[in-house]
Design a protein around this ligand. Structure first.
Ligand code: GTP
Ligand code: MG
Length: 194
């Protein structure tokens, strides 16, 4: 994707505040601090379109971004951050599930996993939700720069076993080196029919 325009549209919590469901949409999910916002910045070729942070729980609302006026990228708040304020944690489940269940222009969800870690219960539950709502996932293994080639291969095999979805493609990525960016765009464009 040759990104000519990347613009923040708005933040929202409730469907009534979402932007009109006119363009095909791609949402990004994963545990808190896994690198969702960093991945969106790399895809959009922008350093700071989305705020990133070394503090988990930075993204607490659903954030919509316009790309070239042909699709929307959606940064969802991460899960599994134990120190998040109780009201934020309580709001998370219903907010995300409503979005996934009701958003009619949602074409695919990019589930981001840290290549160094075995998927959490939250990750597995997210995969079950996506299956339940018939949303095809794109699984991205991020922070690849932190491992050697050999360790990457070993971790990829372990993660594939843990998620029990041998047929789902897993795409390696690094926000640091930007390796994997083009492959992720290709998969998004394929699923959106662009
Ligand atoms: P929340 O919004 O808090 O859920 O986090 P997030 O998933 O949006 O993560 P974010 O993109 O803010 O990144 C979290 C931290 O991980 C930041 O310090 C990033 O610089 C770092 N990070 C993200 N991606 C990579 C990567 O590919 N490699 C390395 N080395 N660090 C990364
Ligand atoms: Mg974020």
């Amino acid at each position: 994707m040759d990104v000519k325009k990347a613009e923040f549209i708005k933040s929202a919590v409730k469907p009534k505040d979402f932007p009109p469901a006119e363009l095909p949409e791609v949402a990004f999910v994963g545990r808190s601090n896994v690198g969702k916002s960093s991945l969106i910045n790399v895809l959009a070729n922008r350093k700071a379109l989305v705020r990133t942070s070394s503090t988990p729980g930075r993204t607490q609302l659903i954030n919509f971004f316009d790309i070239n006026s042909i699709l929307t990228l959606v940064d969802l708040p991460g899960y599994g951050y134990a120190k998040a304020p109780p009201d934020v944690r309580k709001q998370w489940g219903p907010m995300i599930e409503t979005y996934l269940a009701k958003r009619e222009n949602l074409k695919t969800v990019v589930l981001i996993l840290d290549i160094r870690r075995i998927p959490s219960d939250g990750d597995l539950e997210m995969l079950r939700w996506l299956e339940m709502y018939n949303i095809p996932p794109i699984i991205v293994l991020t922070k690849c720069d932190k491992l050697s080639k050999l360790e990457r291969a070993r971790q990829t095999a372990l993660i594939a076993t843990a998620i029990k979805r041998e047929k789902t493609m897993m795409l390696p990525f690094s926000a640091l080196s930007r390796d994997g960016r083009d492959g992720i765009w290709q998969e998004i464009e394929r699923l959106l029919g662009l």
